[in-house]
Write a protein that binds this ligand. Structure first.
Ligand SMILES: NC(=O)c1ccc[n+]([C@@H]2O[C@H](COP(=O)([O-])OP(=O)(O)OC[C@H]3O[C@@H](n4cnc5c(N)ncnc54)[C@H](OP(=O)(O)O)[C@@H]3O)[C@@H](O)[C@H]2O)c1
Length: 307
């Protein structure tokens, strides 16, 4: 199976390439500008905003499966340049989906929980998107473009977390560094998500790509938790004081676009279809992502040596 991964140099892309290390077939990786080998593959720089370049590179790649993970993925960047956000996240998705359909290739579009407005949470696949941001609007438009071709999949992934594999720190890395360095981390108490670790998300997307599933699927974690609680659990896991995490409300932080209150996903359809895939809680994932050496009970209870 020849697989094309767009956004291969991104946070999710790195995990996709790692999961494909032992893939017997050919893997073609694209980035926008970042090159350099990642898990044995060197991404080709292809600007998705350049439809002609995309078409030529696609013909060369001849994929049977496309996992389209590339995006202008920062909410603030999309707000600053909505026209570019739509060109990259929506128009380029339409181009790629059309090219995939022409070749009879399967098309998996990586979408986001931020296509929802956050007014009620635990969103199911049948719920109508109601994005609050330019990012969410451009990704929702990408979904429409993807679903216009046969055999396409829209995988709406939730907030993803984990250490970076691509050399650029993730928000998770930054939080760990700040906590270990004694710097405070401010997080929203009133923003709820259903986070999933990057490794599980990558494997889920690859299994989805290999399967016959068609349509929209929510790929989120098993818990609905606030950003604040995530930070507090991380601090506790690292053996650091919860006080390093400072609570804030969304209305205390000025932002050019409204922030959703609760975009947690109901992922039961995915779980029903792929029950054997890994689905760790945040706590379970932390044990793997940041192993901590337990203090032996004898050492923990031993009296301090006199100085
Ligand atoms: N991270 C999350 O929590 C999360 C949650 C829900 C959904 N998602 C979705 O998951 C996907 C991956 O997100 P991510 O966090 O891995 O994003 P990321 O780290 O920002 O990576 C984005 C990737 O897209 C590429 N890209 C950006 N603009 C491009 C352009 N004009 N032409 C070609 N490639 C371009 C980047 O290439 P360069 O590295 O060369 O710039 C990079 O490989 C996105 O579709 C995003 O919407 C992410």
């Amino acid at each position: 199976m020849r697989i094309l991964i767009t956004g291969a140099s991104g946070q999710l892309g790195g995990y996709l390439l790692r999961a494909l290390r032992d893939h017997g077939g050919e893997v073609v990786a694209w980035s926008r500008s970042r090159a350099g080998e990642l898990f044995g593959r060197v991404p080709h720089p292809i600007d998705l905003a350049d439809a002609r370049a995309v078409e030529a590179a696609f013909d060369e790649a001849r994929p049977e499966v496309v996992i389209h993970a590339a995006a202008m993925a920062r909410v603030s960047d999309c707000h600053a340049d909505p026209e570019k956000a739509h060109r990259v996240n929506a128009a380029a998705t339409a181009t790629l989906a059309g090219l995939a359909a022409r070749r009879g290739a399967r098309f998996v579009y990586v979408s986001t929980d931020l296509v929802f407005g956050g007014d009620r949470g635990r969103y199911a696949e049948a719920d109508a998107p109601s994005p609050l941001s330019e990012y969410g609007r451009s990704k929702a438009a990408g979904e429409v473009a993807a679903l216009a071709v046969p055999r396409a999949v829209v995988a709406r992934v939730s907030l993803l977390y984990g250490p970076s594999l691509v050399g650029r720190p993730t928000f998770f890395d930054e939080q760990v560094a700040a906590l270990r360095g004694g710097r405070p981390v401010t997080l929203f108490a009133d923003e709820h998500r259903s986070p999933l670790d990057l490794a599980s998300a990558a494997v889920a997307l690859l299994e989805l790509a290999k399967s016959g599933f068609v349509g929209v699927l929510h790929v989120g974690g098993p818990e609905r938790i606030s950003r604040l609680e995530m930070g507090q659990r991380l601090a506790e896991h690292l053996g650091l004081a919860r006080e390093g995490i400072v609570a804030m409300r969304r209305d205390e932080a000025p932002a050019p676009e409204p922030r959703p209150r609760d975009v947690s996903l109901d992922s039961s359809r995915w779980r029903h279809a792929f029950p054997t895939l890994s689905w760790p809680t945040y706590g379970e994932a932390l044990l793997i992502l940041c192993p901590v050496t337990p203090v032996p009970p004898s050492a923990a209870s031993a009296p301090a040596a006199p100085s």
